[in-house]
Structures are given as C-alpha cells and as structure tokens.
Design a protein around this ligand. Structure first.
Ligand code: 4AD
Ligand code: MG
Length: 431
C-alpha cells in the first residue's frame, strides 16, 4: 500500500482521491457519532473525520478509545473544506491503530522547565519539528556550498591535549590517569590537514565550560570550521559571506512551509546579500563611544556593544582587525596596524551579535612563537602545531560558524537550546 505525506495532500494533489496516511494523533475531539483526529507526520498536520457509519464497529470503538500520540494508519477520501485547518479534510473509511499511546504528559501551557525535562517527547511538537527540519537544511546547504568550492569534509579529535581558544573555558577529562580536554575548536587539527588537501572543513561539536547563562550559550555546540590554503584575510571574508548567504537562501527557498509555520518571513533570509557590511574594530569602538557606551580601545566587544552595533541592521556586519590582546595567538599579525591581527568576527543583525570567529593564520614560525610566548603559554606543548609552519608553510585562513547560533538568529528563537535536539547547558544534561 502506498502511503502519501500529509504535505502532498495539503498541496492539493489528491483532492477527491482516496489516500493512505500514517502518523500520530496530534489532537482528538470525540463526539457520539464522530471522532475528529488531527493527524501528524513529519510533513504536516491534517484534519480527519472518523464517522461511526463509515468505519467498522471495532474501528469506531478504537477511535473512541485512543489518546493523542497513538500511532495509526488511515485510509480515506480527500475533501476540500475551508473550515478545516489547512483547507482539507480526510473522510476516513479505514482506521488501524498500531499503538495505543498512554496518556501524554505534555498538555497545553506547560512551563519551559517541564518542556525541557520532556524534550524527548516535546520534539514532536510542530515548533521543534519545523526547527529540526530547518537545521537539516542549514547543515546540508553548508556542505553543499563548501563542496562546490572544492573543500573536503574531514574530522578531527574531540579529545585534545592542547588549548585551542584562550579565554574559552575547558572541560577536563580524566584520560587513563592523565588530564586532557574536550575540544573547544577543531581548528588546530584542521590546519595540518590542509597541507594534504588545501581546502578542508569539519562539522562537529565543540565544548566550552562557560558559565554564561545567556540566550546564546550552550556548553556543547555544533561548529562548522573551514581552513583554506592560498587564502588571505580578504579571501576569508568572501568565503564567510558567501557561505552564510548561501545557507540563508537555501533555507528560504526549500523550507517555506516550515518557515511559515514558525511565522518567519523568508524575506528576512532572502535579503541577506553579499558583500556584507564591514567595520574595523577601531571604528566599532568609536561608534559605541559615540552612542554613549563606556568602552575603550583594547576592550573586547561584548554583548552590549554587539547589540549596539547591530540593532538597527537587517544584514550581517563584519568587525575586523581586533587588538592582539583580546584574540588568540594563532592569528596573523597585521602589518598595517601592528597592534592588531588580521581577523574578523561576523555579527548577525537585529542586535543578535557574533556567529563567526575567523582569521588569517600566522604562517611564520618565529612570529607564531612570539605570539604563544606573549600569551603566556608554553611553546613546548605546541611543537606539533609549530611543525606545520616548518615544512612548506602556506598562507592560509579559516573560520568557525556557531551553527546553533545561526539557526537561533534565522528563526528568531528565544533561546539557542530550541535550535538543538538535545541541548546541553550549565544546568542541563537530561534527557
Ligand atoms: O569565536 P570562537 O571562539 O572561534 C574559534 O573557536 C575559532 N577557533 C574558530 C575557527 O577559526 N576555526 O568560536 C566560533 C563560533 C562563535 O562565533 C560562536 O558562534 C560559536 O562558535 N560559539 C558558541 N555557540 C554556542 N555556545 C557557545 N558557548 C559558543 N561559543 C562559541
Ligand atoms: Mg569569538
């Protein structure tokens, strides 16, 4: 028997025809001689009506008995009906209950805490389902863009013995009596790989033991990181803006229904066009000062300043050339302004703030050693990393996209955790 997806019925392809559907009972309303079931599958929700006189006695008894989230198959005729949600109704001729659900714990108006405790069930909601399907498109389109530009997808270890991002707190792991870490970034293990493949990327978790309880922080996030040989700062900027706009457009084009259900206007994503706006760090500090923020050159651009810089924008903004003191040792020294590195942060619009950190990498072994020493770290631990600047060192750049943050911005979500199937925060590792 050929089952069809609810979306195809809602799109009008089966009007007047007999269809077979399978899915879960989303809502149910029982009357004496009729049972209305809102049936859901991954593609959508449709109204069905089970009448006493059109199904068998047993089937009608089952319909009267079943609770929401029961698993069913249904056969029936598609009728156009403007009173029904979605404009169609299925007049059921055959109902088969494959699993009678127990009483579902999630009812309307639950607290956020309860919904997070029952995340394994709540993800069936239309909201989370739609978000997860968009997340799939974001991941898919990122890979599509990078592959089309000649990048190879690769992997790197999650257990590491060196620190990748100064300033971002580490999770320590007991590793056969030794102290090691969960990786904060895959960058340092991607760079050696470009000597084999020139253009590489990885899509993997990064871990940060940050106590920040903001709408943008989780302790485990999905990090898209790319490294490219023969690529300077300008090339790196272009790569980032092309990638982000490709992802935005792909979601707008191929997830229209999901965006509509989440009440996001696809125009929000379609108007993201390259080239993005750019500002130097120095200009950004001046801007913030003029707006009345108390901030001095040399300080990091934190939430408040990011908000100020992006609140009146509807497209992305690069901030370039940060002071060395507030960025990581691996960045390329900027000869035009030696106080700074050739690096960038990409800020998302409407006050959202940082979603990418990137830079050209220091490819001179001596300068890199200086940077490590200046940061107060022990160069010995980085011998292997220094090695890649010793044998055919090549100009290269890279960046890391916080994928969960990007989705949070795209869908205007209240909190980053809603962009992730099973989010991990300071206070949550369950379920
Ligand atoms: O700016 P970050 O720390 O840069 C790096 O880790 C570089 N090594 C990346 C690279 O060049 N390959 O992190 C990159 C991005 C941030 O811009 C942010 O979007 C995201 O990772 N991110 C987080 N997302 C969610 N929760 C957190 N706690 C995050 N910390 C960073
Ligand atoms: Mg950063």
């Amino acid at each position: 028997m050929g089952y069809v997806y609810i979306r195809d019925v809602l799109d009008g392809g089966y009007t007047g025809k007999q269809v077979h559907l399978r899915g879960w009972v989303y809502r149910i309303r029982k009357q004496k001689k009729m049972v209305f079931v809102m049936l859901r599958d991954p593609s959508g929700v449709i109204q069905t009506v089970i009448k006493q006189k059109t199904v068998s006695e047993e089937q009608f008894a089952d319909a009267q008995k079943m609770l929401i989230e029961s698993l069913v198959t249904i056969s029936g005729t598609v009728k156009k009906d403007d009173r029904a949600d979605g404009g169609f109704e299925i007049q059921v001729s055959n109902l088969n209950v494959l699993h009678f659900a127990e009483e579902f714990p999630i009812t309307e108006n639950q607290s956020v805490e309860f919904l997070n405790d029952t995340r394994h069930l709540w993800m069936r909601s239309r909201k989370i389902t739609n978000i997860l399907k968009i997340r799939d498109e974001v991941f898919r389109s990122a890979r599509e863009y990078l592959r089309s530009k000649g990048f190879y997808e690769t992997t790197s270890p999650m257990f590491v013995s060196t620190i990748g991002e100064e300033g971002a707190a580490l999770f320590e792991v007991e590793y056969f009596g030794k102290k090691i870490y969960l990786t904060q970034t895959s960058q340092m293990h991607l760079e050696p790989q470009l000597f084999a493949m020139e253009k590489v990327f990885t899509l993997a978790p990064s871990f940060r033991a940050e106590k920040s309880r903001t709408r943008k922080h989780v302790t485990e996030f999905w990090h898209l990181e790319a490294e490219e040989a023969w690529c300077d700062h300008e090339c790196n900027i272009r790569r980032q803006e092309e990638l982000i706009s490709h992802m935005c457009h792909s979601v707008a084009k191929s997830r229209r229904n999901e965006l509509a259900e989440l009440q996001i206007d696809p125009e929000r994503l379609l108007k993201i066009k390259t080239p993005f706006d750019r500002m130097t760090y120095t200009e950004a500090i001046d801007f913030c000062k003029n707006e009345g923020l108390s901030i001095e050159w040399g300080e990091d651009i934190r939430t408040e300043a990011e908000e100020l810089l992006t609140k009146d924008r509807d497209t992305f903004l690069f901030i370039e050339y940060y002071p060395k003191e507030i960025k990581s040792f691996y960045m390329k020294n900027n000869e035009d302004d030696p106080r700074t590195f050739r690096c960038d942060d990409l800020l998302a619009p409407e006050g959202f703030g940082e979603i990418i950190g990137g830079s050209q990498r220091e490819d001179d072994v001596g300068l890199l050693l200086d940077n490590i020493r200046r940061s107060g770290d022990d160069p010995e631990k980085y011998e292997w990393y220094l090695d890649i600047r010793r044998y055919g060192s090549v100009e290269h750049s890279g960046f890391g996209v916080g994928m969960d943050r990007l989705i949070t911005w795209m869908l205007n979500l209240e909190h980053i955790r809603d962009s992730i199937p099973f989010p991990r925060t300071v206070s949550r590792v369950y379920p």
